[in-house]
Design a binder for this molecule. Structure first.
Ligand code: 8YV
Length: 330
């Protein structure tokens, strides 16, 4: 008998087929988001789970399913997983870094540009039939080229955005991160480390790309927004909750900053109602990694991790991208 796994959200059928080769697979083909009780129930008898950001694995879920061995997250971020609780119970967690870096950086840039150049706001105006004539100040925005790009969180995606800004658009790049990156990567990205207040004060375009955790909750709130230039934009492609959305809506309404681009929201898929009322914000439904090739690569990497983590396939016992590899040594 094959071991049983749960694919907790709908995913590419060809990836499910790969899993079926090794496992007895239950798929959430309705793609309904399970509440905790449903998730606990669906996991009964399963040794592995293919998860996404909307599948929360915590101590309670684990304790109700002591047979669970591997959680393969189809995401680079893993704030949906209680990793210490998994490690304590010998459960391997994996994520999908690298394969989404460039697509996500492309989208971050697109969102920042749409925000600075007021692309969606002006399109809505045109669609409403309000465009009657050209005017010198119709939807004037701010330049990307030659401006200062500030990056909060300088991991792989932050670095990919820095490269686009420095090399493609002649931007001056500054960043803030928990720790400084190496001199060699700083040189390659043409990026300069600054403290957080300097980053907030000097950025023309602030890009948020840091992971979410209790420590990074509301890293950008009313006080931080007040330090930014009134002409500045803020783009968040990281996680909801890093920015205080209520404070951001207030700052946008008061034109304390010029505009924002948000792909992620606190408590998504709900969006703070005040954000829906302001016109100077571009809102997208968490799609920064959403290209066909990248989503397929993420799904295949999550499947590789699940297969190898459960002791199957050519990389048996050596999943490519573990989050808590210490579990493998236990
Ligand atoms: C995913 C993401 O689409 O990888 C991440 O961390 O935020 C996105 O690429 C999302 O988390 C679904 O799992």
């Amino acid at each position: 008998m094959k071991p049983a796994v749960l694919v907790a959200r709908a995913v590419f059928p060809e990836v499910v087929e790969r899993l079926r080769h090794h496992f007895d697979v239950e798929v959430n083909s309705d793609d309904r988001i399970f509440n905790k009780a449903e998730l606990v129930e669906r996991l009964h008898g399963k040794v592995g789970v293919f998860a996404t950001g909307s599948v929360a694995i915590d101590a309670e879920v684990l304790d109700a399913n002591p047979q669970l061995k591997v959680v393969a997250n189809m995401a680079v971020g893993y704030d949906n997983l209680d990793v210490p609780a998994c490690t304590a119970r010998g459960v391997l967690c994996t994520n999908t870094p690298d394969v989404l870096t460039e697509s996500t950086a492309d989208f971050g840039f697109a969102l920042m540009m749409a925000t600075a150049r007021r692309v969606t706001e002006s399109e809505h105006y045109l669609r409403r039939g309000e465009w009657s004539k050209w005017s010198y100040d119709l939807f004037v925005g701010s330049d990307i080229h030659g401006s200062t790009l500030g990056i909060l969180g300088m991991g792989r995606i932050g670095q990919a955005i820095a490269r686009r800004g420095a090399h493609g658009f002649g931007m001056r790049v500054i960043y803030h991160n928990r720790s400084r990156i190496s001199d060699a990567i700083e040189a390659e990205c043409k990026a300069r480390y600054v403290d957080k207040p300097t980053l907030l004060r000097e950025s023309d375009h602030l890009m948020i790309v840091m992971p979410y955790s209790k420590e990074t909750h509301h890293s950008v709130g009313a006080a931080e927004l007040a330090m930014m230039k009134p002409t500045a934009t803020l783009t968040n492609i990281a996680r909801g909750g890093i920015v205080d959305d209520a404070a951001l809506a207030t700052a946008l309404a008061a034109r304390q900053i010029a505009a924002a681009g948000l792909d992620v929201f606190e408590g998504e898929p709900r969006v703070h109602p005040d954000l829906l009322k302001v016109s100077n914000v571009v809102l997208t439904p968490h799609i920064a990694s959403a290209t066909v090739a990248t989503r397929l690569a993420m799904a295949n990497l999550a499947a590789d991790n699940l297969i190898a983590g459960l002791g199957f396939g050519p990389r048996s016992g050596k999943p490519p991208t573990p989050i808590n590899p210490e579990v493998l040594r236990q």
